[in-house]
Design a protein around this ligand. Structure first.
Ligand SMILES: *Cc1c(COP(=O)(O)O)cnc(C)c1O
Length: 442
């Protein structure tokens, strides 16, 4: 089967130019650094659009498909407007994400609001801005949402988030579909929820079921099991309540290639597996073909992004490792310290030397755990070299913090030799803008 964009380790446009420097989207990485500074997030527009096209092609044979980008992977106005142009909807998990896609001009009917503890303010915002679907996570929220909907004299279109009880082989912190999970209704609670929606919560209209199994998934079997469970429930709810649900949202989770040993399935393979399974279930459970929603986050945006850092100090531990420090780390990419996530990197500037060394790339933050990459072989490093870490498009900027009161990096979008700033670098003033000194301390 053809390779798809999520299976590449680097953005599609990465190459060495005639100066021997890395080039992304036609832009010389060294020049990007001179102009925008480091650390710098760089997003390659061609790669983003290519993944979207892969997804589109992968589901051509099941036209009733909608890809909903999981905004939590990376949520900026410029990205939202690109993805909207590519026909994607948006899965959002907070008032902040709702507001960001709204500001980007996204059609709010193509937005799904999801989360296990949405606040009253967030739910009200969703209702006011006309968010298309709310995935209700628990009994508390069912009652709350119905009350809020009554208050605004609206009927709200909802899905029920369920926990299908499927385990997947990914890091424990990024599994969500197994039974002991904080997310969603257990299968045995669905009937009670449906009964409430049909008989008491008259301002809620149920359209379908929603599940999400986990993240960085490589096994296609998981999606098959999930679709089977969701279709079976739809058939059962029809039989028991005469309820015609026509939407199935199977969440996100498709993996990407961070390191050589990661071999994720292609979007085409996933598409085929999902379509075959859907068609099989439609027949097996005698239901109408549902509209299918997927919510990929990582696989849409990870590969498009790289982070450029400047190398500073290094330390050779006597008879031990060599640590090389960059000017960023766990505050701009918390994944290695949070999940032991692994990354691949290269020196972006031209290195004349053929001499190589094994080093550990450490961050600049005051934690021993702030290591970006353990034991990577690179050309012999000098201070001032530019390190390019691949696959940082997802869950880097979106998880970034101001730990150690360090400014968050800028982000540029590159395409056809143009580099446009899409997130400004924070300034020292930004870091204190929300601080307040009470009068009595002045
Ligand atoms: C995190 C999440 C996603 C996206 O997961 P990826 O692994 O980034 O594809 C989709 N749906 C829900 C409900 C999520 O919580």
């Amino acid at each position: 089967m053809t390779t798809s964009t999520n299976q590449y380790q680097k953005p599609l446009t990465v190459k060495r130019n005639s100066d021997g420097n890395l080039e992304i989207g036609g832009c010389d990485a060294v020049e990007l650094v001179e102009k925008f500074g480091t650390p710098l997030y760089v997003l390659d527009e061609k790669t983003i659009r290519s993944v979207c096209l892969d997804y589109k092609k992968s589901f051509e044979k099941y036209p009733n498909t909608q890809i909903m980008y999981a905004s939590k992977a990376l949520c900026t106005c410029a990205l939202a407007s690109i993805l909207q142009e590519e026909g994607l909807g948006f899965d959002v998990v907070s008032g902040g994400e709702i507001y960001t896609v709204y500001k980007a001009g996204v059609d709010m009917r193509k937005v799904l609001f999801n989360g296990n503890n949405k606040s009253v303010d967030e739910l009200n915002l969703a209702l006011e801005l006309g968010v298309g679907r709310i995935s209700v996570d628990n009994f508390y929220e069912l009652a709350l949402l119905n009350t809020l909907a009554q208050g605004q004299d609206k009927t709200v279109d909802i899905l029920l988030r369920i926990t299908p009880g499927i385990e997947c082989h990914t890091h424990q912190y990024i599994q969500t579909g197994h039974l002991d999970s904080k997310f969603g209704f257990d299968l045995i609670q669905i009937d009670e929820a449906v009964d409430l929606i049909l008989n008491e919560y008259t301002n809620l209209k149920l359209h379908g079921l929603h599940a999400h199994i986990g993240s960085q998934i490589f096994e296609t079997r998981i999606y098959k099991d999930e679709i089977d469970i969701l279709c079976k429930e739809i058939a059962r709810l029809d039989e028991k309540f005469g309820l015609k649900l026509d939407e199935i949202n199977i969440g996100g989770g498709l993996g990407v290639k961070y390191i050589d040993s990661d071999v994720p399935p292609s979007t085409f393979e996933i598409g085929q597996v999902i379509i075959d399974k859907l068609n099989e279930c439609v027949e097996k459970y005698n239901i109408d073909s549902p509209k299918i929603f997927l919510e990929p986050g990582r696989s849409i945006i990870s590969t498009s992004g790289v982070t450029l850092y400047t190398i500073g100090s290094s330390k050779q531990v006597p008879n031990g490792k060599k640590y090389v420090s960059v000017d960023g780390g766990m505050a701009d990419n918390p994944r290695p310290s949070l999940y032991q996530a692994e990354y691949y990197a290269e020196i972006a500037n031209n290195k004349e030397t053929t001499e190589k060394e094994e080093v550990t790339i450490s961050g600049r933050f005051c934690e021993s755990g702030d290591i970006l990459i353990n034991n990577i072989e690179l050309p012999k490093i000098d201070e001032g070299d530019i390190l390019c870490v691949y696959n940082t498009g997802a869950y880097n900027y979106s998880m970034a913090s101001n730990y150690n009161k360090v400014c968050k990096p800028a982000m540029v979008l590159v395409n056809d030799s143009c580099a446009d700033l899409i997130v400004k670098r924070e300034s020292l003033e930004d870091l204190v803008v929300h601080d307040v000194i009470p009068d009595r301390l002045k």
